[in-house]
Design a protein around this ligand. Structure first.
Ligand code: GLN
Length: 538
């Protein structure tokens, strides 16, 4: 069985299309179907790797090292869809591929055009995901952007062609819109009517609507929307604001029979929905007691999406440890120079320094590391956060005042963090870091071994710099524990503080594999340690 669901959005962006598509995926999986998720991004960047986190939120990394849109992170948290380079399609990739073919003369003298050449390339990428695995039942394709955007036109056109070619029931359109509330509390359906008209102008009649609204839409409103949009009244759903967690959305959709209607539209016989794992997760959510305050010391603090997977992984760990994790977002530059760490960090139960690039705010992060180390506050360093531990150890434990990373001070006499050897000659920025899944081997008696419970660990990477082996002996000799190495022993993957409740840094990004139903082991142990601090210091 190969069915396709195209999820598009209208009225405005940031309606939670990614979460809606992922929730739909989760529900179909609960009904025993094999789901694959694909994101189409209309931007011209080949991938998200070169985009600033301020522009587009975090860069999500797949096992095979693709630097993708953060929606793939939603797919990974809600569904079991394997995710790789193939699951993220951008305008940049599509044009790049078509232009290469044109240069190779593969179009045999024809004029190369958006339709059919660009749309053919898009379609072949979507169909390739469906064919990758013979067991795939449904491919959910989320089309980024908003209907009416110039950039999304080729993707919507490709969807229109596929819906037409595959035939009714084999490919359906789910459209997400906004029902705004105007003064007086009245809910307005007009933008939805316009949005569906825009879809119809593209030649696509949505089969189902998901309306983002402050509250559940009543029957009369749903009927009115149905009347104006040619969508059946039973196929108009509400994604209302939840004050619990986004992970309740699959259950909320299920209560409205969304999955049942999707199956019917696709001509798939109804089957039992096993939502037990999601219900059990919500039980854990409601059973949490106490607030563990975690200080995130980073530099992209204003935009929640910039550290999306880290925040989600903290939430998952809280579920597992039975506590609510309160995020205290601290711009590291506040800790620089005169910033008093006691004042800024004094009330937190744990400190996390996430990944990042560039010099700004680094000294504030080093101060946070030193403060957590001295005050025995649990500390978790991820990628840059581990490199910061090295700089702190070099400066404050070994007395090398200029200890630094080659990234921030190429002239330092103590580059305790240095460029990876195979990065030295690389000039291009896009897709050239040490990326994707690599194996690490945990050392005996380490925190990391205790967390994973196994010596061989596969996690995803995204970095150019690394613990400098030149200093390995001095670092280890002065007490800094090496928690994990690559299996050949050539790269340090984890460091740990001695005589400390829980101080650990990893060169990889465990946040990418954390799920609400299975927290990342390192996040779980970090929150467990912070919970201990909380209980001693509520
Ligand atoms: N900037 C550092 C490096 O390139 C850290 C990267 C990261 O935190 N993802 O190695």
């Amino acid at each position: 069985m190969n069915k396709f669901i195209f999820v598009s959005g209208g009225v405005c962006s940031s309606l939670g299309k990614g979460v809606a598509a992922s929730s739909l995926g989760a529900l179909l999986e609960a009904r025993g179907l094999n789901v694959r998720m694909v994101k189409c991004d209309p931007y011209i960047n080949v991938d998200a790797g070169t985009m600033s986190p301020y522009q587009h939120g975090e860069v999500y990394v797949t096992d095979d090292g693709a630097e993708t849109d953060l929606d793939l992170g939603n797919y990974a948290r809600f569904t079991r869809s394997p995710l790789s380079r193939a699951n993220s399609v951008t305008t940049g990739q599509v044009y790049d591929a078509v232009i290469r073919k044109e240069r190779e003369g593969r179009f045999l003298g024809r004029c190369v055009q958006v339709i059919p050449h660009i749309t053919d390339e898009i379609k072949s990428r979507i169909l390739a995901v469906a064919r990758e695995d013979a067991d795939t039942d449904v491919v959910i394709v989320e089309i980024g952007g908003t209907v009416g955007d110039i950039e999304s036109i080729p993707f919507l056109e490709a969807a229109r062609q596929l819906i037409h070619e595959l035939g009714k029931g084999n490919a359906i359109s789910v459209h997400l819109t906004l029902i705004p509330e105007v003064a007086g509390g009245e809910l307005k359906t007009k933008p939805t009517q316009h949005s569906v008209k825009a879809m119809q102008e593209m030649g696509i009649q949505p089969d189902m609507l998901i309306c983002r609204a402050p509250v559940m839409l009543d029957e009369a409103t749903r009927r009115k929307i149905a009347l104006f949009t040619n969508v059946e009244a039973g196929a108009v759903f509400t994604s209302y604001n939840v004050d619990t967690t986004i992970y309740e959305i699959p259950l909320i959709f299920h209560d409205q029979k969304l999955d049942q209607v999707v199956l019917k539209k696709m001509g798939v016989e109804s089957r039992h929905a096993d939502l037990e794992p999601w219900r059990a997760m919500m039980e854990k959510f409601r059973a949490r007691q106490g607030k563990t305050r975690i200080g995130i010391v980073g530099k992209y603090m204003e935009l929640h999406d910039a550290y999306k997977s880290v925040y989600e992984a903290l939430f998952h760990a809280g579920l597992e440890c039975g506590v609510e994790v309160e995020l205290i977002k601290i711009d590291s530059s506040r800790l620089e120079e005169k910033g008093d760490p006691e004042k800024i960090l004094g009330a937190v139960h744990g400190i996390l320094v996430p990944g990042g690039f560039g010099q700004r705010g680094i000294n504030g992060m080093v101060k946070a590391s030193a403060w957590a180390r001295d005050n025995k506050i649990p500390y978790f360093g991820i990628c840059l956060g581990m490199q910061v531990m090295m700089i702190d150890w070099g400066r404050n434990m070994l007395g090398w005042e200029d200890a630094d990373s080659g990234e921030f001070n190429p002239d330092t006499k103590h580059p305790v963090v240095s460029l990876l050897e195979d990065q030295v000659d690389i000039k291009n920025y896009g897709g050239t870091m040490r990326l994707g899944q690599w194996e690490a081997r945990a050392e005996e008696d380490s925190l990391i071994l205790a967390a994973y419970g196994e010596r061989f660990i596969w996690e995803r990477h995204r970095h150019r710099y690394e613990f400098s082996n030149r200093y390995r002996q001095e670092m280890a000799g002065s007490g800094l524990r090496i928690g994990a190495l690559t299996p050949d022993g050539s790269l340090v993957e984890c460091v740990e503080w001695p005589d400390h409740p829980w101080g650990l840094g990893v060169q990889f990004h465990p946040e990418f594999k954390s799920r609400p139903t299975a927290a990342s082991p390192l996040f779980r142990d970090f929150i467990a340690a912070a919970k201990n601090t909380m209980q001693g210091n509520p």
